[in-house]
Design a protein around this ligand. Structure first.
Ligand code: C5P
Length: 207
């Protein structure tokens, strides 16, 4: 069986950590689709029109070392609301999802639009304060000069834009399992997700 796992949810809910852990556990390739929108948003900050940034994206754009900044996150969320930008990026994501060894994709519209037939779907969430605290510590750890209040305001603004947009808004797929990580440490969340994948699919962890 070719296993596809879709993981969606708001910023800093733990999607990335959970996706990497599931990919390692089941021997799957992992695609962080947020990075694609960040790479497009990053280029708009240099003056490239959003659609051109999406249509001409290369692997090198995904390797830029400044994709994790608050400015790039905001620009990503702005370009992600443009339907033509999303359309230009769909084929790459679906082709990745179909790879023969199986895949985990994380983002905002994976279970609803990119991989509606994924065998297992998660919607990972956590309270605003918990997510802002996690992102605040991450940004401080990578040398960014931010305050907790600015990080919280940025997350709320981005979540509101991502869930209110007409094109592929962030929302749980009807068949997604909601994982609230507010009070769960990451090991517990990973263990819960691994047993759910095994129960649903019969696939056993390889590690
Ligand atoms: O996941 P991350 O926070 O890196 O994503 C950055 C932005 O990219 C999100 O705020 C969202 O606007 C956009 N995005 C999206 N669809 C995805 C992944 C990310 O619209 N599948």
């Amino acid at each position: 069986m070719r296993l596809t796992i879709a993981i969606d949810g708001p910023a800093a809910a733990g999607k990335g950590t959970l996706s990497r852990a599931l990919a390692a556990a089941f021997g799957l390739a992992h695609l962080d689709t947020g990075l694609i929108y960040r790479a497009a948003g990053r280029r708009t900050l240099d003056g490239t029109p959003a659609l051109e940034a999406a249509q001409t994206m290369t692997a090198t754009d995904l390797e830029a070392d400044d994709l994790r900044t608050p400015d790039v996150a905001r620009a990503a969320s702005q370009v992600a609301a443009i339907p033509e930008v999303r359309a230009a990026l769909v084929d790459f994501q679906r082709a990745f999802a179909r790879r023969s060894g199986g895949s985990v994709l994380d983002g905002r519209d994976i279970g609803t639009v990119i991989c509606p037939d994924a065998e297992v779907k998660f919607f990972v969430t956590a309270s605003d304060d918990v997510r802002a605290e996690r992102r605040f510590r991450e940004l401080l750890g990578t040398g960014h000069d931010v305050t907790f209040e600015s990080v919280l305001a940025d997350l709320k603004e981005r979540d509101a834009r991502d869930s209110a947009r007409a094109a592929a808004p962030m929302k749980p797929a009807v068949d997604a399992v909601v994982l609230d990580t507010s009070e769960m440490d990451i090991d517990a969340a990973v263990a819960a997700a691994i047993s759910l994948v095994t129960d649903r699919t019969g696939c056993q962890p390889v590690t």
